[in-house]
Design a protein around this ligand. Structure first.
Ligand code: MG
Length: 338
């Protein structure tokens, strides 16, 4: 089993957890080695002339193409907008590439592209270049998209080097709804309270937060691998750890009951319209107040703090009164959620 993992790609390599990180470190980081890539940010920040530019790319293979709260077209725009926004950049221009399986209903393609256009308008970005490729039936599943995006960096200095013990960790909203919505749509599972994907553009909300605080240290959107994996990426090799408080982690009603019934840990479920922020404790209240006034941040909460003890690790104070280690996602979760 372990041997298979080392010699061939498994679905677990795409799950956003430890195997994906090992794969990136052992191949991409080695072969493409450069200082910008090494920073492992959601978007690369580079200087062109006198401008600080953020630049990113992402591919989308979500199944099904349409799900409660979104579709592959809007998701592809939101994902790239959010990767720019969490790097303190104003997203400006996006490209859209489509890999289409022979036999796809042209109306499906039209609906998806129309949805991308609407998402771009809402986020204030323009889709200015694109590409289409068609492959034989069976060579891909219906439709895969790729988006790249550039933005202007307007808030410099976001860096994990600036994090100190005692900083606050904020979640911008209820976690896990995106992955649950995909899972339930795909498997045909229904509960009393429906779960709708959180897929949304975060640039507006983030800009408001950054306007009121100069002490935001770092942000990342908890996509694949969820909050647990993202926070582990943040503390890896750092002189601080993170202590989470389970009671304060925002969950939608639907997610709470779905996680209970399905036995899922919401900390490992992907979001597509939430971000985690590390901010100086004295500014946390101010930032939260701004979030609470924005439709995408109404349930934002401080979910923990950075701590000097257990550096490099994430711990959770549980509702039951215990403390447990929260590791990075290991192995496979649901494939093709984004
Ligand atoms: Mg990201």
């Amino acid at each position: 089993m372990a041997r298979t993992h080392r010699t061939h790609i498994t679905l677990a390599h795409g799950a956003g957890g430890r195997l994906m990180h090992e794969l990136i470190d052992s191949i991409a980081m080695k072969e493409l080695d450069n200082p910008v890539l090494k920073e492992k940010r959601d978007a690369a920040t580079v200087t062109i002339g006198r401008s600080r530019i953020a630049f990113t790319t992402d591919s989308y293979v979500v199944s099904p193409l349409f799900f409660p709260g979104g579709d592959i077209g809007s998701l592809a725009v939101h994902g790239t907008v959010n990767d720019l926004a969490v790097c303190g950049a104003r997203p400006r221009y996006i490209t859209l590439g489509a890999i289409i399986e022979e036999g796809l209903d042209i109306e499906v393609l039209r609906r998806v592209i129309r949805s991308s256009a609407a998402a771009a308008r809402r986020a204030g970005v323009a889709i200015v270049a694109g590409d289409t490729k068609v492959v034989e039936k069976g060579s891909c599943d219906k439709l895969f998209l790729n988006t790249s995006g550039i933005g202007e960096v307007y808030y410099d200095g976001l860096s994990l080097d600036r994090v100190t013990a005692g900083d606050s960790v904020i979640a911008s909203g209820p976690i896990g709804d995106h992955e649950l919505a995909i899972l339930m749509e795909r498997e045909g599972i229904g509960f009393a309270s429906k779960v709708v994907s959180d897929s949304a553009p975060l640039n507006g909300l983030i800009a408001r937060c950054l306007a009121v605080s100069g002490k935001v240290r770092f942000m990342r959107d908890p996509t694949r691998g969820g909050v647990a994996t993202t926070l582990n990426e943040i503390v890896a090799g750092r002189p601080f750890g993170i202590a989470l408080d389970e009671r304060s982690i925002p969950l939608s009603k639907g997610a709470r009951s779905a996680c209970e019934v399905l036995g899922l840990d919401p900390l490992y479920l992907a979001c597509e319209g939430r971000f985690l922020m590390i901010v100086a404790r004295q500014d946390a209240k101010k930032v939260l107040a701004v979030m609470h006034r924005h439709p995408l941040g109404r349930s934002a909460a401080v979910i923990g703090e950075t701590v000097r003890r257990h550096a490099g690790r994430v711990f959770l104070a549980t509702v039951a009164g215990g403390t447990r280690l929260v590791d990075m996602l290991v192995g496979e979760q649901l494939p093709r959620i984004c």
